[in-house]
Ligand binder design. Structure first.
Ligand code: ADP
Ligand code: MG
Length: 238
């Protein structure tokens, strides 16, 4: 569970062809990073996968099933928003439990899933606090916890660390990588930060003006960038 396939996916906003046509295979369990300069279409591509935007053309398959016309909630994916998307008046416990309560899950199941997520994220001692009583990194972990309890087939992250200071970004990079090792769930991670891409990805997708310039492992892109754009962006000595 957790493979994502894009076939000839395009997106037009008015006159602007933001994504001309993209083909991409994401394998179950992969950590894939979409990287590229601001405005190149990273968020749009992620939102198309999530179903938050409709494609203008092409098809999206999740685990082999065509979800192009499916609503976001039917896709089995969880989008992790930035930490400020927490509910300030709710405890950490209730923030994490929120999707399960919305789905009217049993209390015993909610309690277990929240406890499991809290353990993975080292939030066990913070469950009764409010978001305002947490550090930025802890708040980000709560936002991830809210995604984990839904047991998605893939996590979608859009620049989740961009609001954090440099030191905390470094810590959270390691924590998200560690989470991937623990859960082994597909993660699609959008960033404009080359360091995040190079240190976190199994596979990097370099985007430029809505087109894929190159797909490969961090080492592939570093050693054999296909063109000057990739070389310049990744910082290869070419
Ligand atoms: P990135 O996340 O890589 O910075 P985006 O996907 O947000 O880029 O945006 C890609 C392009 O699409 C930009 O030129 C942006 O202005 C445009 N765009 C994004 N969303 C919309 C929208 N809802 N309506 C019109 N244009 C949009
Ligand atoms: Mg963006």
């Amino acid at each position: 569970m957790g493979s994502i396939t894009l076939k000839n996916v395009s997106k037009v906003f008015g006159e602007a062809k933001v994504i001309p046509s993209i083909d991409l295979d994401i394998t179950d369990g992969e950590f894939v990073v979409f990287v590229g300069p601001s405005g190149c279409g990273k968020s749009t591509l992620l939102r198309l996968i999530a179903g938050l935007e409709d494609v203008s053309g092409g098809n999206i398959l999740i685990d082999g099933k065509d979800v192009t016309a499916a609503a976001p909630a039917e896709r089995g994916l969880a989008m992790v928003f930035q930490s400020y998307a927490l509910y300030p008046h709710m405890s950490v416990r209730n923030n994490i439990a929120f999707p399960l309560k919305m789905a009217k899950a049993d209390k015993a199941i909610i309690d277990k899933k929240v406890a499991d997520a809290a353990r993975v994220l080292n939030l066990t001692d913070y469950l009764e606090r409010r978001p305002s009583q947490l550090s930025g990194g802890q708040r980000q972990r709560v936002a991830i916890g809210r995604a984990i309890v839904r047991e998605p087939s893939a996590f979608l992250f859009d620049e989740p660390l961009s609001n954090l200071d440099a030191a905390l970004r470094g810590t959270m990079r390691l924590e998200i990588s560690d989470l991937h090792h623990q859960l082994k769930t597909t993660m699609v991670y959008v960033t404009h930060d080359q360091v995040e891409a190079m240190t976190m990805a199994d596979k990097i997708v370099v985007l430029n003006r809505g087109n894929i310039e190159q797909v490969g492992s961090p080492l592939d892109l570093y050693r054999t960038p296909r063109n000057l754009f990739v070389a310049g962006f990744i910082g290869s000595p070419r």
